[in-house]
Design a protein around this ligand. Structure first.
Ligand code: FDP
Length: 278
């Protein structure tokens, strides 16, 4: 497992440089979810693939940017699901983006997730590893990731990050979001899942939602590369993650690119979502 973390640290430094200096043009290709790929998406995917291909412990990798899983070592133990550059459409306006990794064993169901890692590329590069607890690291001048602190969510937060196109929100969802704002929560939404969830996590709590809407009835965010890894982080930090009714980590995708509605937050906000959605 340690060698996977080390590979992620190495590749994060390479991705940081790619983001700094390479172009932000679109390619002619769409990925499995129908998003037009940026040259940066493809480039970061390739860099990560190269790192993981050198590890004996990796059985296969499943990338948001690849249609099919890539088999690495027949006898490898771990399956890594990853989104090489989440929120990549924000690079051209110089907002933060991230990479997300879920390390699975024996399958890609939520219950098979053993560790989650994500990296935020903002003014600084921060890396979060969730296992028994959630640890924050930051890239230092010497090119190493130094441990900063363990992260815990408060019982209740102050921030609200409501995703999805408002025009397509269902009425119960709209009322819930309105009520949350009426209770004094502040809006924090950049449109990048990684920095938006990172902010909620580090500022003590709140709610991030990407619900089922009329235009995306199964949500937008992908289970294996985005939703499961962050559900794991939020649970290990003392919060929760549900699809409205069910615990996210009890879900099983029928296809690696399946999506799910999702709500991540501190326990009070998750309770509030349950009360509305059940
Ligand atoms: P993006 O399409 O830019 O890659 O993963 C998808 C994602 O970004 C998330 O990072 C983000 O939270 C979400 O989409 C934003 O979607 P909306 O624009 O529909 O709010």
């Amino acid at each position: 497992m340690e060698e996977i973390f080390e590979a992620i640290k190495r590749v994060s430094i390479k991705i940081k440089d790619v983001l700094m200096y390479e172009d932000t043009d679109y390619t002619n290709h769409t990925n499995a979810t129908g998003d037009t790929q940026l040259a940066l998406d493809v480039r970061c995917d390739k860099l990560i693939e190269e790192e993981f291909k050198s590890l004996k412990c990796v059985q296969k990798i499943i990338s948001e940017e690849k249609d099919e899983a890539l088999h690495v070592n027949k006898n490898g133990r771990y399956i890594i699901g990853y989104d090489p550059l989440d929120g990549s459409s924000l690079v051209d306006v110089d907002l933060s983006v991230g990479s997300i990794f879920g390390i699975y064993e024996g399958g890609i169901e939520g219950k098979r997730l053993l560790r989650s890692v994500y990296v935020v590329f903002g003014p600084r590069v921060e890396l979060v590893i969730a296992h028994e607890d959630v640890k924050l690291y930051r890239l230092q001048k010497d090119g190493k990731f130094g441990f900063v602190k363990s992260v815990k969510l408060n019982q209740k937060g102050k921030h609200n990050a409501p995703g999805g196109t408002q025009k397509h929100w269902r009425s119960h969802h709209k009322k819930m979001i309105d009520d949350i704002f009426k209770d004094g929560y502040r809006l924090r939404y950049s449109g990048g899942m990684v920095p938006d969830l990172h902010q909620i996590l580090l500022k003590g709590g709140g709610l991030f939602s990407y619900p089922a809407t009329d235009d995306v009835p199964k949500g937008k965010l992908r289970m294996v590369f985005e939703v499961f890894p962050f559900a794991f982080v939020f649970e290990k930090a003392g919060g929760g993650a549900i699809d409205g009714k069910n615990r996210i980590l009890d879900l099983s995708p029928s296809h690696p690119h399946d999506t799910s509605p999702c709500f991540f937050g501190s326990l009070d906000e998750i309770q509030r979502v349950k009360a509305v959605y059940e």
